[in-house]
Design a protein around this ligand. Structure first.
Ligand SMILES: [Zn+2]
Ligand SMILES: [Zn+2]
Length: 221
């Protein structure tokens, strides 16, 4: 639910109002900034309830933002809090629906978690933001699709993130069918093609570094 998600859903012809489950990996702005616009959209549109999964602190953050009159307290008047059902998760396995399993694992990034979704036909693991973390590797083992952050080249690595060189090792260990690189900082952009080529040489699966709105076809197993 980072910036621009609502508008980009519209551009791929998905009605944002039809979303009924949101997975939040951590509470940094680039991962939550469209949550409040989404809340308002739901309140003004169909008013169908929806679930938000996130790490501990997710409920408190939302409560503060929509209950304090100096912030966005008017959203309470729109009945936003009645629509959302917040589930705080950490190291958990939940059945979202019959045959849809959601797993979460803590990773080393400011109270962050990674997610894995297992459907009958495919499994997808998303790292969120993280340093290289053995718990993520454990979570992702055997997954079909790994969406992993690749923030910086190794010599420019800042903060609790994963470098392109780290990702070479992670991809070799997890060995997914499709590896999708995401969370590319400007410092990484000029290195990106080089990184994708190295990954393709060293790792048997498909490697994608998509731009916004690209479509990646995945074959069910
Ligand atoms: Zn972050
Ligand atoms: Zn981030």
């Amino acid at each position: 639910m980072g910036p621009g998600v609502i508008e980009k859903l519209r551009r791929v012809e998905i009605d944002p109002g039809s979303i009924d489950v949101i997975l939040v990996t951590h509470l940094h702005l680039d991962h939550v900034s469209d949550l409040l616009p989404f809340l308002k959209l739901k309140a003004l549109a169909d008013r169908r309830p929806f679930k938000i999964f996130g790490p501990p602190g997710t409920g408190r953050m939302l409560d503060l933002l929509i209950s304090d009159r100096r912030l966005f307290g008017y959203l309470l008047d729109l009945g936003c809090s009645d629509l959302m059902d917040v589930h705080e998760v950490w190291d958990d396995v939940l059945e979202l629906e019959p045959n849809i399993l959601l797993k979460s694992k803590p990773v080393d990034h400011f109270n962050g978690i990674a997610y894995r979704i297992d459907l009958p036909s495919i499994s997808i693991t998303y790292s969120g933001d993280t340093v290289p973390d053995p718990r993520l590797i454990e979570l992702a083992r055997g997954t079909n699709v790994l969406i992993h952050e690749c923030s910086f080249p190794a010599d420019k690595l800042k903060g609790k993130h994963t470098s392109a060189e780290d990702l070479l090792r992670i991809a070799a260990e997890v060995n997914p069918e499709i590896l999708i690189l995401t969370h590319i900082y400007p410092e990484m952009e000029e290195e990106l093609q080089n990184c994708v080529e190295k990954l393709r040489e060293s790792f048997g699966g498909r490697v994608c570094a998509p731009k916004d709105l690209d479509v990646i076809e995945v074959r069910p197993r």
